[in-house]
Design a protein around this ligand. Sequence first.
Ligand code: FAD
Length: 413
Amino acid sequence: MKPRRALIIGGSLGGLFAANLLHQQGWQVEVFERVGDDLATRGAGIGTHDELFTVLQRIGITIDPTIGVPIAGRNCLDAAGKVIAYVPAPRTMSAWARLYRPLKDIFPAAQYHFGMNLERVEQNADNVTAIFTDGTRVSGDLLIGADGFRSTVRAQMMPEAQPRYAGYVGWRGMINEWEMPADFHAQMFAHYFFCLPEGEIMLCFPVPGRDNDVTPGRRAYTFVWYHPADEHRALPDLCTDASGKCHGTSIPPPLIRPQVIAELRAVAHAKMAPQMARVADLAAQPFFQPIYDLDTPRVVNGRVALLGDAAFVARPHTGMGVTKAALDASWLADALAADRDIDAALAAYQTRCRLFGSRAVARGRWCGAHLEAQATTPREQRSAAELHHAPPVVLLREHGAKIHDIPGLAELV
Ligand SMILES: Cc1cc2nc3c(=O)[nH]c(=O)nc-3n(C[C@H](O)[C@H](O)[C@H](O)COP(=O)(O)OP(=O)(O)OC[C@H]3O[C@@H](n4cnc5c(N)ncnc54)[C@H](O)[C@@H]3O)c2cc1C
């Protein structure tokens, strides 16, 4: 029997999970990635979940200690730098590129096409065609939109589904382990710290270093700081370079004005524990990502299916983006293995993906509601829950919680 053919748009983690799983199931898979070169220089530290490791193992990727840096629990610091709460929460902190590398290497290189930018999709009852900006047309039985939260595939199939800005940005930055002063390294490196001044969340944790190295001395320490930035004034200002040009809703890190970074560090010194402010000082090139989420009414249209961030984006407090992309891909592969009728399989996939995705989005909104309120509600009108989300010990448990500990999601995995 002629193998069925899947076209995957987007060769990042979501696309690679699906590509490998369908390839294993005998599909002829072609991956099309808009970027012209290997993506392994991208990304930052990520939290992991057991469900992510299960999908990686199903693909044939070994999970060993090189997968990340283990941490035992989470500490919360007050503004003076004193530990005010601790929650045991063993987790492994990995890196985006640490997952991309084996997922890309295990997939046949000849079927992964760099520099292919999808322009539009055409389909009839049993066939779908991808049309690229260079004029190339490729047809298959199924097209998977794994092209991220600004998905071209989704925009064509459902222009009304738009990402929603949450009212705050995630500042991030990294320090090489070998560049940390010895006293500071001894105090911080092995630990996951939170600091929770009113309306802010800052976290610091160890991650693999350059080239995904987890050798002591060659790892890295990173921070993520959720900081309010209203959509109409603060965000455009952050995205404006030294020449006065506004780059839209994000800006390449080297173009962030030095004054913006100086102000960020000043706020860290004014509001955060001194240890956390020092992390912001030592990180060489802090950068930010505006926080969005996305809820989608449907993820299937004929022979087209969305997965990963193209389908749903939950705010990063859930620490779940990569795991959700892995789960979507495994649910899609399971549905296609269970039913040779592609339309019936896609309907089954849509049910699972939508239920998990919409609940994950709701969970992320709930975790970040007090951050959002900083930009939308005058302080005197904010409720206690909008000033501080929850007592530190609660937030330490909720942020990046295991899927099995999240009501509404636990029963879906
Ligand atoms: C601050 C922050 C912290 C985060 N922390 C975590 C965490 O701790 N744990 C976690 O699991 N997740 C985390 N995430 C989320 C995670 O980064 C994403 O959920 C994950 O990368 C989704 O992968 P994806 O493959 O669906 O999309 P993407 O990684 O966005 O990939 C989409 C791909 O499609 C390509 N593409 C786009 N358009 C086209 C086109 N027209 N033609 C061809 N190719 C195209 C792009 O170049 C890209 O390679 C975090 C996100 C943020 C913002």
